[in-house]
Design a protein around this ligand. Sequence first.
Ligand code: ADP
Length: 632
Amino acid sequence: MSGRIQIGAIWPVLAVRLCVCLLILAAMLPGSASSAPQGEPKRVLMLHSFGRDFRPWSAYALSIKVALEQQSPRPLDVQEHSLLTARFNNPGPEAPFVDYLRSLYAGHQPDIVLSIGAPAARFVQKYRGQLFPDAPMVLTAIEQRLVDRSLLTDNDTVVSVYNDFSAFFGSILQVLPDTKTIAVVTGASPLEKFWLDEVKQEAKPFENRVAFVWYADLPFEEILKQAKVLPPHTVLFWGLMSVDAAGVAHEGDLALRRLHAVANAPIFSFQEAFFDGDTVGGPMHSIAESSRQTASATIRILGGEKPGNIKVQPIGFASPKYDWRQMQRWDISRSNLPPGSAILFREPSIWEKYGWQLALIGGVILVQGVLISGLLHERQRRRLAEVESRQRMAELAHVNRYAAAGELTTSIAHELNQPLGSILTNTETAESILKGASPNLEELKEILADIRRDDLRASEVIRRLRGVLRKTPFEMIELDVNETVREVIGFVSALAHGREIQLSYTPALVDLRIKGDPVQLQQVILNLIINAMDAISEAEPRKREISVTTNRSGASAEIRVGDTGPGIEAENLKKVFDPFFTTKPQGMGMGLAIVRTIVEAHHGKISVENQPSGGALLTIRLPIARGRSISA
Ligand code: ADP
């Protein structure tokens, strides 16, 4: 883990790549030529340690190239080569690679050599005499411990970093104070072995707080197995994995991705290049800072400055940075982060993402809620008002019935007189039979039966009267309109007879079942009949006729009360249902108003018209009860 690549943390790797593409594109655009660097291109040889795509150095190299492109006042020809031998535990002969480079650059040395990483630095220092004895060199992306100062010349500049493992372990224990074990993942190449020893040294002061587990001797596949089932409070420290203990070389950053996919513990690394979704973060090397220093030194040297005069202090870790997603996953509290930490990759909350939409929806729901509760309140108020008005109507109707009872006195008296008279006659007859020497008991039995029948008749009259005058709350039951009308007719027939009125009733041939209050409906029919009686009272006795009929009309039961009176004047037709409208000297004008209120309370309708033959016709329609079959 010669870690040097600084985290261009602000620039995740992809962004860096994008920049390079944009730069290339910009260079190709017409018009950009005027601002392009002028003159003979300077040849920059960039030597990689492990390959061009091996993190963290690949990120570092990319960032340096971008910085060079941006800052160089002259055109640059960057030529890249990779030193693959660093990957192998037993490096093969380097001679063929040296020969290859020599033949490439014979007689035409590069203007500057940049070595990326410690193995590349070691190589260029070792072979500079044979390959490019006069070329200045910048050794970069190298940890200061790995710089072979004995081989440095005046023609070299070093841009190194400093790995502070103590600080990094300290930061892990700060953000996850319950950590019990730190498992160190590192490979087995010579470079990785060097760093393993260094890390072990710096881990010592922490050994009384946490246990360290070293995976350097395990093949990577075995490391993956163990990482799946780590005990709680373990963290993984990712060093590097170029070659594992089984001698298997690992390409690019695939190894870290695989570990991240299976590990049941957080992964920490001080390399910013890995801070891309796989690691938690912490104090890390800044790729941007090292690249800036490297590009600046390179450009100064190409401009003529002496490399030995350019001194760059080893670059330490930058301010800590943490991945918000990892913090969520591993339950890392923000309050545990070191002061000055930055939190990156924060996913916007649902509020941040859809703030105004949510506010709008909330507003709509609120308005709806207010409307609904307003409507519910209004409905409740209406219900109470309806109950109240029905109650009032029932009370009014009750008063009205007393008034009608007055009119019916004659009828009632007549109805009572008949049975009472019969009872008297029968009693007298029985007395005279009893006075005889041998009273006929059979005859007496018959007389007593008659008396009983007449008594029942009288009781029935009283019952009916009480029924009509009863004060009852409004109550809907299922009833047959034909029957209800028949009862009223029975009640007023004597009165009609007394007034010499011909009262006829023609019931429908079908059941007319509706839902209604029988007492209230009787009141309605009674009122209509009494009004009709009043209307025809002036007519000649022969022409005093009232006809009551019931029918089924569509989904309604119909009651019609017609008379042969004078009818209603056209201008009054609309007023007769108004309260207190009357044309009678002693009238109250409440009868039809009550009738209409009762009919409407039954969801029905009442209408009035004059018949062509003369006289008024009042028609009531009431809805047939649902779910009833009507039999003919
Ligand atoms: P009241 O009987 O106390 O006048 P109503 O509300 O029952 O009150 O009747 C209102 C008016 O409607 C009556 O005064 C009368 O002018 C008219 N009316 C009602 N029924 C008839 C009818 N069958 N023929 C003629 N006029 C009628």
